[in-house]
Design a protein around this ligand. Structure first.
Ligand code: SAH
Ligand code: SF4
Ligand code: F3S
Length: 458
């Protein structure tokens, strides 16, 4: 029987990437293979993100474009998954009548079932929502099928892979929709995570990134529900210690860490285990305590510094990146300048800076004193300009250093060029006549710009 084809488009965070991969593995078991030509697809899967404004609009315009594709490919089915599906719910089916399947991030394991239900009924079908109560023994995500390893959605690399370890978030920062689109935090049992990592390593992965919206609060729910005994350093540190020792693993990373749950024993793990990558994404959002308070981030700037110092005491070269929001309701010029000062002082490797975007249902959307668009644009530009200078300085500072890099993939555009990452997560372009993919090699950094370094094999 000839295979059916699925075209996948993934927006948003790495958790969506991991979810797309899980859905692909289920589709493979249903005789699907991936295609990068949407015109040939039997199924188009849009995995969507709701984090900032125009999210729904973006999905609707993509669906509009797909109508034209469908004129030449009338059997094409469309599935909309992810956070927009969850946030908009069945209203989305009225707004876009070409959706066949609507699937929330808490229900991805139902994709095969929805496909067959749709086949029978020829009507739009949906699965939305998440578990409200805890204490349910069924894992939130499907247990990995033991014989199949999840395919990659980027197709770029099999070397570095994502593993979701928890769903949802309990924090309710006042600007954020995630608790509404992904529900409360539910952690996967450690045994299931370890099995998935072992499968990926057996399939050739060398680097694993554990994922959660608040990855370092992993297991708090399991302890609270007495599914896991309390331990000295907490469930996340215990999990990392187990995973980092798995044979075949070269590097272990995790994201996104919330400074609130970032502990000293977690920082100390980097001292014990050289395989823990020397880079952490630690979103701070603002450099001003009053703004942080109104965001309900639960940490002060001083507490953020404490964590930075724990990490840099362990390794002075520890690379950090962060997320920042400019123009949070009521943010004054002086408060914004505190953010600039923090960025100047920490010296992040890079930042993700966003204009504040009001999200329906969140507390901050109801705050008065929304900051005008042009003020936000100016602040965003100033912040990015500052960080661009710092990123360039830090990258130029790498020239002349010898770095151990893990090679992720071969360039598709340039002959005999490979892309690798340093332990500090800096991207390195390496010319080489030999296949380097999956190998750890030493390179001397000979050139650099804002986005990447150039390395020569030594
Ligand atoms: N769980 C992570 C963040 C996930 S969302 C954490 O707590 O750090 C990724 C980033 O999007 C956030 O860190 C924030 O900087 C940005 N973001 C989230 N909601 C936003 C909004 N309403 N407007 C602008 N940026 C937002
Ligand atoms: Fe959103 Fe805050 Fe949860 Fe991060 S910690 S996902 S910003 S609510
Ligand atoms: Fe976006 Fe949902 Fe991730 S809103 S950032 S895809 S959790």
């Amino acid at each position: 029987m000839s295979k059916k084809k699925v075209f996948v488009e993934t927006w948003g965070c790495q958790m969506n990437v991991a979810d797309s991969e899980t859905m692909l593995s289920m589709l493979q078991a249903q005789n699907y293979e991936t295609t990068d030509q949407v015109e040939q697809a039997d199924l188009v899967l849009l995995n969507t993100c709701h984090i900032r404004e125009k999210a729904t609009h973006k999905v609707l315009s993509r669906l509009g474009a797909l109508r034209q594709v469908a004129e030449h490919n009338p059997n094409m089915k469309i599935a909309v998954a992810g956070c927009v599906a969850q946030a908009e719910g069945e209203k989305l089916l009225d707004k876009a009548t070409n959706i066949d399947i609507l699937l929330g991030p808490g229900k991805i394991e139902q994709l095969p079932e929805l496909l067959s239900r749709h086949e029978e009924s020829a009507k739009p079908v949906s699965a939305l929502g998440f578990k409200k109560g805890r204490g349910d023994d069924k894992p939130h995500h499907p247990v990995e099928m033991p014989t199949t390893v999840k395919p990659t959605v980027t197709g770029k690399t099999e070397i570095t892979r994502y593993v979701n370890i928890a769903q949802g978030c309990d924090n309710f920062c006042t600007f954020c929709v995630v608790p509404f689109t992904r529900g409360r935090e539910i952690s996967r049992p450690a045994a299931e995570i370890v099995t998935e990592v072992k499968n990926l390593l057996a399939d050739g992965a060398r680097e694993i990134t554990l994922l959660g919206q608040n990855v370092n609060s992993y297991g708090h729910d399991l302890v609270r529900d007495q599914k896991l005994a309390p331990s000295a350093h907490g469930p996340f540190v215990d999990l990392l210690e187990e995973v980092v020792q798995l044979p075949g693993l070269d590097r272990l990373r995790f994201t996104t860490s919330n400074p609130h749950d970032f502990t000293k024993p977690l920082a100390e793990l980097f001292r014990t285990w050289p395989k823990m990558g020397r880079y952490i994404h630690l979103p701070v959002q603002s450099g001003n305590d009053e703004v942080l308070e109104r965001m309900k981030r639960k940490v002060t700037v001083a507490e953020y510094w404490e964590r930075v110092n724990w990490l840099r005491d362990v390794d002075p070269e520890m690379a950090l990146s962060t997320d920042l929001i400019v123009g949070f309701p009521g943010e004054t010029e002086a408060q914004f300048e505190d953010t600039l000062k923090l960025v100047e002082a920490v010296r992040f490797s890079f930042i993700f800076a966003f204009k504040y975007s009001p999200r329906k249902g969140t507390a901050a959307a109801r705050f008065r004193e929304q900051v005008p668009e042009e003020v936000m644009s100016r602040r965003l530009a100033a912040l990015n300009e500052l960080q661009d200078r710092i990123t360039l300085e830090m990258n130029l500072g790498e020239i002349g250093r010898t770095r151990e890099v893990l090679c992720h993939y071969k360039s598709r555009k340039e002959e005999n060029v490979y892309y690798a990452r340093t332990e500090q997560f800096r991207l390195v372009k390496i010319p080489s006549d030999h296949d380097l993919v999956g190998r750890i090699v030493n390179v001397e950094i000979i050139d650099a710009n804002k986005t990447a370094l150039v390395g020569r094999l030594v």
